[in-house]
Ligand binder design. Sequence first.
Ligand code: ZN
Length: 314
Amino acid sequence: MDTPILADAPPSHVERFRAELIRHGHLLPTGVDGLYGRGEAFEKVLSAVDALVGRLAEGDTVEVLRFPPVMTRTGFEASGYFRNFPHLSAGVSCFCGDDSAHRRALACTPEEGGWASHLQPADVVLTPASCYPVYPIVAARGPLPEEGWLVDSSSYCFRREPSLDPIRMQMFRQREQVCFGSPERIRAFQARWMERAMDMFARLGLKAVTDLANDPFFGRAAPLMRNGQRSQRLKFEILVPISDPERLNACGSFNYHVQHFAEAYGIKAADGSVAHTGCAGFGLERIVLALMRAHGFDPSTWPADVQATLWPPR
Ligand code: ZN
């Protein structure tokens, strides 16, 4: 048989993984890279992972808060997110005109920019991380209690990084614990959640490691920002193989912000000094994908102990 001169490259691990997720109805492609509907079985696992994270926090004195996938533009601006991560940011635009402006927008051709070019920036933006809406709320309450404060937050988050790799979704859910208080409290919180996460991943049959990490800063200042974060050991991630079995990807991060958010929002300790903050967050979709990479696409065939961890017998 003749060898074709231009053979197609074999599908990569990432392409095969994506194709299987779609074939099993776990992810429903929309035509926009990184934007999916989720199937019933996928959601059932995700809800179980979400509840499992909640069980890890049992015994903590924690305030549970839930947020929609948009937050205030003023809160977003104060965070400095657009300064550091403009490439991942997205706002919301609305139509604010009258009848004649509406007619002009409808008549605007795609070549002229289309109807969307007639929209104005709104007072809300897409939430980049589920801890962001928490800071202005805690700041508005006045100084923290003596022992600090702890919030369990969750929201859909948006990152503008369209990709065919299923781990890089544009919208996904985060479950985050957000800690306020002294540097000692935040460091202890960070270490405790790394331990809890390693234990949770072991019980899920996932071979995870933790490692020092940095955020994906933008532009010329990026190397400086990355080095600063690493040399002060501010960010750790928990990593497992997901789309590509040969590579590790983060499923969670454990962050000490020092006084960045407290200064930005005016969050004060009980003695009036600027507080310290930290957060420990999990990417829920990524954990579900890691489970499917490790145990297959049909959760009913997963190892009994993994199923019992996700759906504990009552
Ligand atoms: Zn966070």
